[in-house]
Design a protein around this ligand. Structure first.
Ligand code: 13P
Length: 266
């Protein structure tokens, strides 16, 4: 059994929180992290862009990382309202979410756009958190693995690896609904993603983190984070309160509790 990757818990604040509440939340989580004793875990928060610069500045000396929720695929120029990955990196961000299903839904983002965004994130040396996941209709039609395969193969750039890419499997129907797949369903998809990453990136495919996202909370985190090939969580609603987000971080298993069998290439 190879060493499992260090788990990651990322909070996606989406379009929530103004200055005071956002700063207080970031501060609370950073304080808890400074006093934490427990298994290694990378923790990131992804505030709305209005707060990113100021939160990056005051968290710079703490282990809490800051990410963005989206970026333009373009580097510079006449693109009113857009923000490039370079600008986000320049604020001090460590990572940027791309291809979230809400962006795919609200802004018609295709796998090709997501691929271009991930590449621009990786050019800056930030980590791209690349989101994929099936809709409820696709799951009911038995197409989950087919959909996830196409999204992964078309959205993840060739130059990806464990140093610059994280995959987030977020079933669209589980986001913000309080519904989650069964552990067996999560295990099936994460194993499938792991196999695809192995095909695409050889043994480094085993070190690329695969996060689960969709209605993760302080009650179900313990079980979900122990599903094989679940290397952490991308958390929405439950990341907006320090207590619930912290309980999810505390639910991260010790390396000895994680089973993630590695295949050998024929
Ligand atoms: P919820 O945790 O609110 O379901 O959101 C998940 C998500 O979309 C994280 O990116």
């Amino acid at each position: 059994m190879a060493n499992a990757p260090i788990p990651m818990i990322a909070g996606n604040w989406k379009m929530n929180l103004f200055h005071n509440d956002g700063h207080a939340l970031a501060n609370d989580i950073a304080e808890k992290m400074l006093g934490r004793v427990g298994p290694s875990v990378d923790v990131a928060i992804c505030p709305p862009l209005t707060l990113t610069g100021s939160i990056c500045a005051f968290l710079s000396a703490t282990p809490l990382r800051v990410g963005a929720q989206d970026c333009s695929p373009l580097q510079t120029g006449a693109h009113t309202g857009d923000i490039s990955a370079e600008m986000i990196a320049n604020l001090g961000c460590a990572c940027c979410i791309v291809g979230h299903s809400e962006r795919r839904r609200d802004h018609g983002e295709t796998n090709q756009v997501v691929h271009a965004k991930a590449e621009s994130v990786q050019r800056t040396r930030m980590t791209a958190i690349i989101c994929i996941g099936e809709t409820e209709a696709e799951r009911n039609a038995g197409k989950t693995l087919e959909v996830v395969t196409k999204q992964l193969q078309e959205s993840v750039p060739e130059g990806s690896g464990s140093a610059n890419a994280v995959i987030a499997y977020e079933p669209v129907w589980a986001i913000g609904t309080g519904r989650t797949p069964t552990n067996a369903e999560i295990a099936e998809v994460h194993q499938h993603i792991r196999d695809l990453l192995f095909e695409m990136f050889d043994y480094d495919g085993y070190a690329i983190r695969i996060l689960y996202g969709g209605s993760v909370n302080e009650k179900n985190a313990n079980e979900i984070l122990r599903v094989p090939h679940v290397n952490g969580a991308l958390v929405g609603g439950a990341s907006l309160k320090a207590d619930t987000f912290w309980q999810i971080i505390e639910a991260v298993p010790k390396p000895s509790e994680v089973s993630a069998p590695v295949r050998v290439k024929a």
